[in-house]
Design a protein around this ligand. Structure first.
Ligand code: NAD
Length: 264
């Protein structure tokens, strides 16, 4: 089995990275940064998001596992104390894989400038670079509403506990193949009206947003910030690709939610 390790870059994470490297090469596993079967991220959820984007072109061949060196993360759920258990498991026992949905984002541009495709593990957010975001929202080809407000957040089930949660979106179990659209401070009065509730779209449903005015957009894909000009539309749906996590011990999703947000 070939492995890669991505560290957050601080002294503690780098030290743990060196330890894992030593253990795994000692067990005769091959270190391969280019085509790993497993990627071990050491740091926090942000490090795992970074690792996901580093290997986004080989999601069907690569599984991820996260060690946290700060607080318990959603993706980074192994503690440094469990390191030996983790490496022995990786080296000796074929691991199970769980697959979760990711979000496909296609940004199309005006005047023949083509399109760009992204995959998000957590979410994509869109805001106008100045003033309110004003966009028409289409669901499966039908106009649903004109949105006016700070922005929109379109998240995956595993991302539903991140930014989406801060917007009062629902927490979705990652076995649901769906995406969620949550509003950021929509303008609602006698003139302007939006649904006001988060929407959950199943697999194969498409949401397309089309700018109403000609402004630039701040688009985030997980931790990545992009500015796009000349946007014609942005399309969202559940991607055909899935993200794969190595499942080395049971850690039920709802237990993780309780431990992260409520405590023991
Ligand atoms: P960051 O360092 O600001 O971390 C944000 C926090 O989000 C961290 O505590 C991290 O553990 C947590 N987080 C990330 N993914 C999560 C998930 N799936 N479930 C629960 N918590 C999660 O930023 P970063 O490390 O670059 O991470 C980028 C992420 O930050 C974005 O994908 C977005 O979800 C999140 N974010 C959240 C808010 C908010 O809650 N108001 C605002 C901006 C960004």
């Amino acid at each position: 089995m070939k492995f890669a390790i991505i560290s957050k870059g601080d002294a503690t994470s780098d030290k743990i990275k060196r330890q894992i490297m030593q253990y795994l090469t000692g067990f005769d596993l091959e270190h391969d940064e280019k085509k790993p079967d497993i990627v071990i991220s050491v740091g926090g959820d942000g490090t795992l998001l970074y690792a996901f984007h580093q290997y986004v072109d080989r999601l069907s061949e690569t599984a991820f596992v996260g060690v946290h060196t700060g607080h318990l993360g959603f993706y980074a759920d192994w503690t440094p104390d469990e390191l030996e258990k983790l490496v022995i498991h990786l080296a000796k026992i074929p691991f199970q894989v769980v697959q979760y949905p990711v979000l496909e984002v296609i940004v199309r541009f005006n005047s023949g400038k083509g399109e760009k495709r992204y995959l998000a593990l957590n979410e994509c957010t869109i805001k106008a670079t100045e003033g309110s975001l004003v966009v028409d929202v289409f669901i499966n080809g039908d106009k649903f509403e004109t949105f006016r407000g700070d922005g929109l957040c379109i998240s995956t089930p595993t991302g539903s506990t991140a930014y989406n949660k801060a917007l009062n979106g629902a927490i979705l179990h990652p076995s649901l193949s769906a995406i969620q659209i949550a509003e950021m401070a929509s303008i609602n009065n006698r003139v302007f009206r939006t649904i006001g509730s988060p929407l959950v779209l199943p697999e194969h449903h498409k949401c397309i947003i089309k700018p109403v005015n000609d402004v630039d957009y701040n688009i985030t894909i997980d931790h990545l910030f992009l500015v796009h000009k000349d946007v014609k539309s942005i399309q969202y749906r559940v991607a055909e690709e899935r993200v794969r996590f190595a499942r080395l011990r049971p850690f039920p999703f709802w237990v993780r939610v309780r431990q992260s947000f409520i405590g023991d």
